[in-house]
Write a protein that binds this ligand. Structure first.
Ligand SMILES: [Zn+2]
Length: 81
């Protein structure tokens, strides 16, 4: 799958091919993203503004303003299908 990743602060993120996600726990939900937005939080991460507070491991996949379809659910998920 493709993902936008930050490799270094203050540099443009890149679109990379990364492994497909897998269910890791009973409450996980994997979404097939249909659309993704960028918000100020992503820009803070790119700029390294929160590097000390969040300490994200680089490369870091940005983007959390997403919409899509449920692709796979963990065994404990009961509210989406
Ligand atoms: Zn946001």
């Amino acid at each position: 799958m493709r993902a936008v990743r930050v490799h270094a602060y203050h540099e443009d993120p890149t679109i990379d091919d990364i492994p497909e996600p897998t269910i890791q726990g009973p409450l996980d939900v994997i979404i097939k993203v249909g659309g993704a937005g960028v918000c100020r939080t992503d820009l803070h991460i790119i700029n390294g503004d929160w590097a000390e507070a969040m300490a994200p491991e680089l490369p870091y996949v940005i983007g959390h303003e997403n919409a899509g379809w449920v692709h796979e659910i963990g065994e404990g998920v009961t509210n989406v299908a």
